[in-house]
Design a protein around this ligand. Structure first.
Ligand code: BGC
Length: 733
């Protein structure tokens, strides 16, 4: 059980970090894990579709720069509860608190906080249990218990419903950049018997969010209750407190968007019901996404923590993607990036494919805006998906490291291709997938060109490495676009679509003739046409505190050097590297790891996967553990802005694709499992087509076990394996 619990026993020093780690959410609503008894500057509550638009201010605005951007709003946090003992309000300060404990339970989906409060010789034990329902997305609960330890006397529980909130102070950090002006107003106050609340409405996007509250008394010698609304709703509930007698109340918050109020059965509003349902939901989740490192509880715990947070970040209805920080903070303004398709999507694809499908449906829902944007960028055909967005509009105000990352189109196409290879979902392809493949491919046909040698080139774009911008023939982009053309060509054939013959021919030709740079002298793949000619960054004389470089150097200084923020060539070697030899992959890894700062949290994971492939296993393990513990350890020093969902997805990729050596290609599903002394034995479960497969790897052997479903065919390196029924195969390495 330990590795399903994340716990602390001391009051946190870094409250922002603490609030992020202990966030609770269900993909629709997310709450930072702040204390209920006080307000904090960094507390927060988010809904994935409650956002405001605001103007981007440019000194020099050029044609086609986006006018506005979008920001997910920090909603007034409805969870504050405090108490008074004989008229004296609690002071939530270190000196009065002892036996503090906070526990995030990944199996039950609850957050428990407990402590002893002692002042003026009066001692109480406080225990709060919070739950944000995975089953009823609008409902969240806090059960709040107070037990007088050494006195009999009046205890008052006070619950607030706030109607104001503050954006995180971004200072000069481009990774936050929130709106500081007022974004919404209260348009309705509700007071209906015991239920009270507000409706907030954004000024420009006209989104409406209603937050309701109800306090149920579960136990205690109740005297009276009063609800009043002055600056905000406050409910005071008085009890005759008795020594060792627990007073218990249940705070129910109901949050819904755009008047879409759902009615819930009485039973669904009870805590016992919710606890039971939450656990059932999570049992199913963990059963389908088991990951276990036999002798390393901490690592197992770290991975599970990450997967739990991914689940909390994902909307299950296809109306929203996954924000870079999930619903845990204002970092990156609640925007969706390529992080979703390349780093997070695989986990859902192989464990909860219906969610993977919804993520793609969300992208599809923005396709018309993407077509409009393609035209604005000067192209007649195709779609250009935004680099960062909530509703589908391009929200990046800094185009060299934003709009210019055209690879996002190919990344989305890649996810469509993967989705079909793993699920065989024809209906999805017909309704959504093919259009995404065709429109992205069309866009690239327009962007690139055939030169006099008939090579297809893509000039003036930015690859994944954001420390290099606007280059010709970024290898990652070209290689991914090549895959995009191939997928478009193949699936049009397979589905016998009616796109023109000429277009099909063009897709094929661009695929076949894609220019891919290679440096023969170094036997290394250049990141782009000029990357290897640049001066190397002076790492030896760069002080530790000057990282991340983006906060300390002008882009002009960074861009003229060989220095990478994150994996670029190596990511291509991982995702579309079937035709690259192990030797070249090793050369690339050796070359690029030395000049990569990992200033992006997306980086460790890719290098770790490649390190596994080229048998640098100890190094792979080091990189992998850094990736897994990134938020727990706050190693990027910005976890206070929210979790790093891409790195969290990376902790699944790192084990399954990295050590497990899993790959999918035209021929099917492959494994090449490895382990190290430190990693030891590990297992994971995946869903593939209509089967569920468990893989257990140790130094001597690999066991493939079919857990459920129909016959499954796959490969262990070159060996073909067929499992039927509940069968097992043991391969001795
Ligand atoms: C990375 C991008 C990423 C973004 C959001 C940036 O630091 O360079 O690749 O998409 O963060 O996570």
């Amino acid at each position: 059980m330990k590795n399903y619990i994340i716990e602390e026993n001391k009051l946190p020093k870094n409250e922002g970090h603490h609030e992020t780690l202990f966030s609770l959410g269900n993909g629709f609503i997310g709450f930072r894990g702040s204390f209920y008894e006080k307000t904090s500057k960094t507390q927060g509550c988010f809904n994935n579709s409650f956002y405001e638009e605001h103007e981007i201010k440019y000194g020099e605005k050029l044609y086609g720069f986006p006018d506005v951007t979008e920001s997910m709003i920090n909603i007034p946090d409805p969870r504050n509860i405090t108490f008074a003992i004989e008229g004296e309000l609690v002071e939530f300060e270190n000196e009065y608190l002892s036996e503090y404990n906070k526990k995030l339970n990944l199996k039950k989906g609850i957050l428990e906080t407990s402590y002893i409060y002692s002042k003026n010789n009066k001692k109480v034990k406080v225990k709060a249990t919070a739950l944000v329902s995975f089953n009823n997305k609008n409902l969240s609960f806090i059960k709040y218990d107070i037990t007088p330890i050494n006195f009999d006397g009046e205890v008052e529980i006070i619950s607030f419903l706030n109607n104001e909130s503050f954006a995180l102070d971004a200072k000069d950090d481009p990774r936050v950049a929130t709106i500081t002006t007022k974004t919404f107003e209260v348009v309705n106050k509700i007071l209906d018997k015991d239920i009270y609340g507000y409706t907030f409405k954004t000024f420009k996007t006209k989104k409406e969010l209603t937050v309701l509250e109800e306090m149920n008394i579960l136990s205690g010698d109740f005297i009276t209750s009063e609800i009043c609304e002055k600056e905000k709703f406050t409910q005071k509930i008085q009890f005759n407190g008795k020594r060792n007698d627990t007073i218990s109340v249940l705070k129910i918050n109901e949050i819904y968007l755009d008047k879409l109020k759902e009615e819930y059965l009485e039973e669904e509003r009870t805590f016992d019901y919710q606890l039971k349902k939450q656990e059932e939901f999570l049992n199913d989740f963990w059963e389908n996404s088991l990951i276990e490192i036999k002798n390393d509880e901490e690592l197992t715990q770290g991975i599970r923590f990450n997967l739990f947070h991914l689940l909390q970040s994902v909307n299950s209805e296809g109306t929203f993607g996954i924000a870079a920080k999930g619903l845990t903070g204002e970092g990156y303004e609640g925007h969706n990036f390529w992080d979703t398709e390349i780093f997070i999507f695989p986990f859902f694809l192989f464990t909860k494919p219906e969610i993977a499908k919804n993520l793609l449906k969300y992208r599809y829902s923005t396709i018309e805006e993407g077509k409009r944007r393609a035209k604005e960028l000067g192209y007649d055909k195709g779609v250009k998906f935004p680099w960062r967005t909530i509703s589908g509009i391009e929200c990046s105000g800094y185009y060299p490291a934003g709009t210019a990352q055209y690879h996002i189109n190919a990344d989305i196409a890649y996810a469509v291709d993967m989705y079909y290879k793993v699920t065989d979902d024809k209906e999805f392809m017909e309704e959504y997938g093919l259009e995404i493949l065709n429109e992205t491919a069309r866009f690239f046909l327009e962007v690139g060109y055939f030169n006099e040698d008939d090579e297809f080139r893509i000039d003036g774009v930015t690859g994944p490495d954001e420390y290099t911008a606007i280059v010709n023939n970024n290898y990652y982009t070209n290689k991914m676009v090549k895959r995009n053309f191939l997928a478009a060509y193949n699936y049009n054939k397979e589905f016998n679509t009616d796109i023109s013959k000429d277009e099909k021919k063009q897709f094929k030709k661009a695929y076949k003739n894609m220019y891919l740079p290679f440096n023969n002298k170094l036997k290394v793949t250049p990141q782009d046409d000029t990357f290897l000619e640049k001066e190397r960054w002076d790492f030896e004389n760069t002080e530790k505190e000057n990282y991340p470089l983006l906060l300390h150097y002008h882009p002009m200084k960074i861009y003229k050097h060989q220095v990478c923020k994150q994996a670029d060539v190596c990511l291509a070697d991982f995702l579309v590297g079937e035709d690259v030899s192990e030797k070249i992959k090793r050369n690339n890894y050796d070359y690029y790891i030395d000049i990569t700062t990992h200033d992006s949290s997306l980086s460790y994971n890719t290098y770790s996967v490649i390190a596994c492939e080229i048998n640098y296993l100890e190094e792979a393990y080091e990189l992998y553990t850094k990736n897994v513990r990134l938020d727990i350890d706050n190693s990027h020093d910005n976890s206070n802005h929210g979790i790093h969902t891409a790195a969290m997805g990376g902790s699944w990729i790192g084990l399954v694709y990295g050590f497990g050596g899993m790959r999918i290609n035209e021929k099917g599903l492959f494994f090449n499992p490895k382990t190290t002394d430190k990693l030891g034995e590990y297992s994971f479960i995946i869903k593939y087509k209509e089967s569920k497969l468990k893989v257990t790897v140790n130094k001597k052997s690999v066991i493939y076990e079919m857990i459920d479903g129909k016959e499954i065919v796959f490969y262990d390196r070159a060996k073909k394996i067929k499992l039927d029924g509940k069968a097992k195969t043991k391969i001795i390495k």
